[in-house]
Ligand binder design. Structure first.
Ligand SMILES: Cc1cc2nc3c(=O)[nH]c(=O)nc-3n(C[C@H](O)[C@H](O)[C@H](O)COP(=O)(O)O)c2cc1C
Length: 171
């Protein structure tokens, strides 16, 4: 089973999640940063995982374009979709804005893995905006965090077919 994880990340959270996925998905796994490496040849892969992060309500435009331009080929493969975002109450809406409905309907796993904010990494502009957002988040008592249990659940779904194949050997 060959899997490619295609991701976009501004400050590293979606990249970190993609790397965790790469360690937990069974079989051969390639990681592709769509913003620096471009679009891979999909014909090599049985499974495609696509993910990015949310900034002002939007996922990276390269992810949107890739999904739109490859929708036909993607819907012939097993697909996993993920986002990283800071405000979990908006996760469902952010997911719906990020991926075409056809791909969401087809996907075997769709998750929001949460998010992280390291103020030291942010540009001046982003730090001002994020300070405002974090004040709002603080009032609700939740700090943005990567939700490892959601990554585990996602991998469980993506690995299900391979696990079934292995189980046949013991039947
Ligand atoms: C400038 C800025 C804008 C953001 N806008 C949103 C947003 O609209 N909604 C949200 O849920 N999270 C938002 N976030 C939180 C990010 O999605 C979160 O920090 C995520 O972990 C970033 O992932 P990345 O490092 O892979 O880009 C924003 C963060 C920054 C710095």
């Amino acid at each position: 089973m060959n899997t490619v994880i295609i991701f976009a990340s501004r400050y590293g959270t979606a990249k970190e999640c993609a790397e965790i996925l790469a360690r937990q998905i069974y079989g051969s796994v390639d990681l592709v940063d769509i913003q620096t490496e471009g679009v891979p040849e999909l014909a090599h892969y049985d499974q495609v995982i696509i993910g990015g992060s949310i900034r002002f309500g939007q996922i990276q435009k390269q992810i949107k374009r890739f999904c739109r331009e490859n929708i036909e080929e993607l819907t012939k493969k097993k697909i996993g979709l993920f986002i990283c975002c800071g405000l979990l109450e908006n996760a469902k809406q952010n997911i719906e804005n990020s991926f075409p409905q056809q791909l969401l309907d087809h996907a075997a796993a769709v998750e929001c893995f949460g998010g992280k904010i390291d103020l030291n990494k942010l540009s001046f502009f982003d730090r001002i905006i994020t300070n405002m957002v974090m004040k709002a988040v603080d009032q609700q008592g939740d700090k943005p965090a990567v939700l490892v249990e959601k990554i585990d659940r996602f991998c469980h779904e993506m690995n299900r077919d391979i696990t079934k194949e292995w189980m046949k050997d013991f039947e």
